[in-house]
Design a protein around this ligand. Structure first.
Ligand SMILES: [Zn+2]
Ligand SMILES: [Zn+2]
Length: 294
């Protein structure tokens, strides 16, 4: 729960592995592997079946590394120094179940590695976003996070530039499962407003939950409450990318609406008397005009 300072470099708390590189990454993944091999799998690892795949070379799957590390951090927080006696129970309920479900999803990242044979997967292609020329230095400042739909013109473009880099270099390499008709993807996802909104919100949550001074449960909570729902919504077969194929983008039209009338009547007229019990009668006694006829 303490934040890292220059004076406690040798502190033992794990930091989220997606921020680490080089020797720090090697140390972190060694600790993680030790925990996975000698604690997690012997205690909680269910048998490998087609509906619950597993890969003996799990560390070659970026998504497995990220999710298991989040689970490991939560374990560290909730079980080793149990400041609340309900910690271990919370870990089982809030972290173990969802992590293993996502990881061992029959269509998830380990799905191709049958019978112990690892099969490398490639994330679907994402093009590079090119900012329209006219952005000013001032608008590229990102101080307090502001939801992207409040930004305009240059501010929007500058924010989108950074967001697209984050998605291209972090989200897709780690969590970008293969494209299929069951899991569509668009290499120009920023042309879908829903994807811009959901990814930007996910990025704001990332800032909040994975930084160096956040709780050790942060990454696991981010996987469970933010990443999972966003990817499920965006890559749903009927989601925003349903009309897109590799090399082909098609925006889906939002449903049609009529112009809103100046005096819209309420959507229904309550029954005049008798249906509502005493005490709620005021509602039934109101008189509404009959619905407008077109
Ligand atoms: Zn594998
Ligand atoms: Zn598209």
């Amino acid at each position: 729960m303490t934040s890292a300072t220059s004076h406690d470099d040798d502190h033992q708390e794990p930091r989220f592995i997606l921020y680490l590189q080089g020797a720090a990454y090697q140390t972190a993944i060694r600790h993680l592997a030790e925990w996975v091999h000698f604690a997690l799998l012997p205690l909680y690892g269910k048998e490998e079946t087609p509906s619950s795949p597993w890969c003996p070379l799990w560390w070659k799957h970026p998504e497995a590394v990220a999710r298991l590390h989040g689970l490991f951090m939560a374990w560290h927080d909730l079980t080793s120094e149990t400041y609340e006696r309900s910690g271990p129970s919370s870990w089982h309920r809030d972290h173990l179940g969802t992590t293993m479900e996502e990881l061992r999803d029959p269509r998830g990242t380990l799905a191709g590695c049958k019978a112990g044979r690892h099969q490398a997967k490639e994330a679907p292609l994402t093009e590079e976003y090119t900012t329209p020329p006219k952005s000013t230095a001032d608008s590229t400042r990102r101080t307090t996070p502001e939801f992207i739909f409040y930004l305009e013109d240059d501010g929007y473009n500058a924010e989108l530039q950074k967001l697209t880099s984050w998605v291209r270099y972090l989200i897709m390499p780690y969590y970008g499962r293969e494209r299929s008709s069951d899991a569509p993807w668009c290499s120009r996802w920023w042309e879908h407003p829903e994807a811009v909104g959901r990814f930007h919100a996910l990025w704001m949550a990332w800032d909040d939950l994975t930084g160096w001074d956040t709780d050790l449960t942060g990454p696991s909570v981010w996987h469970r409450d933010h990443l999972g729902p966003v990817l499920r919504a965006l890559r749903h077969p009927a989601g925003p990318f349903a009309g897109c194929r590799p090399g082909y983008h098609r925006a889906l039209a939002p449903p049609r609406v009529e112009p809103f009338p100046r005096d819209a009547p309420p959507p229904f007229t309550p029954a005049p008397t008798g249906y509502l019990p005493d005490g709620q009668g005021a509602f039934a006694q109101r008189h509404y005009p009959p619905p407008l006829r077109q």
